[in-house]
Design a binder for this molecule. Sequence first.
Ligand code: AMP
Ligand code: TRP
Length: 335
Amino acid sequence: MSNKKRILSGVQPTGDLHLGNWLGAIRNWVDLQKENETFFCVVDLHAITANYEPKELSKNTLSTAALYLACGINPADSTIFIQSHIPAHSELCWILNCITPINWLERMIQFKEKSIQQGNNVSIGLFNYPILMAADILLYQADLVPVGEDQKQHLELARDIAQQRINAKFSKDKSILKVPKPMIMKDGSKIMSLIDGTKKMSKSDPNENSRINLLDSPEIITKKIKRAKSDSQIGIEFNNPERPESKNLLMIYSILSGVETGELENQLSETGWGSFKKLITELLIEALEPLQEKYKVLIDDPYQINKILLDGKEKAESVANSTLSKVKKELGFFK
Ligand code: AMP
Ligand code: TRP
């Protein structure tokens, strides 16, 4: 019997993907695809839970899919698809909406944070966002969901829905839905903002200088690192809680160079910020260059990406529809 695990994850096509998305999530997907059965979707239905431009939505959806490929997701190993191409996501979301207690959602930290950002324009969709995410995961009976630290609470909700609200209530052998586990990397699961080492790097930060986007040119990377917040101390440290910016940049440096943080701390104990910033700028430019080259070739050939996505849709849809039928049968829908 195969001991391959089923894996699913996704990124929203809202604006440009950044270093946090890559180091915290997509990098991990690439490593998982050889040994497992992997599904990666572009979650466009999640992207409309905040204000958006219709023209930008389709452009960003295509560009996010191209970035998955450029980062090394291989369509020969993984199923790559667009969430809205598979109606089962919305349908299971509705069913889960009806069986999930409202107070489970009221606890969601991301909803609280995002509703503050969105002021008086908060949609019901933003509130329901974690249920749609649960539907994404549960439809594929995923064992593992590789995400950044910020998604842990949403994963716990998906587990509770599967276990307590579906399996325990509606099935005799408790096996309608697989209960998924989060997979959060030790390193890189929370990359911080360049201008404030206590805040997460995020697409929704209005200050562009807070993040490195995967498609930033060498000039822009150089400028952003130059402007990145530093402190007045010599030496780059990892474990000093007073120096979050130093810790964050050292973590990024360590992941990209493959050198342990402890060893880097030793090497950089006498190095000032100016020299360190030069080193990390060079490393970032070098790490992103191959990915950017691949992206340029791919985005010039949308026909090829569309073909991959069509193929992905077919494969994903048959899995999703079979789970949805099972859920509907067990929940008593007339056939
Ligand atoms: P999003 O950009 O919100 O669609 O996030 C897509 C994926 O990237 C999720 O798995 C997030 O947990 C992950 N992610 C987003 N921001 C960061 C960050 N600053 N550090 C690490 N992972 C992140
Ligand atoms: N909510 C996730 C984020 O913002 C994106 C997402 C939607 C997702 N559906 C998912 C991630 C399913 C993993 C699995 O990062």
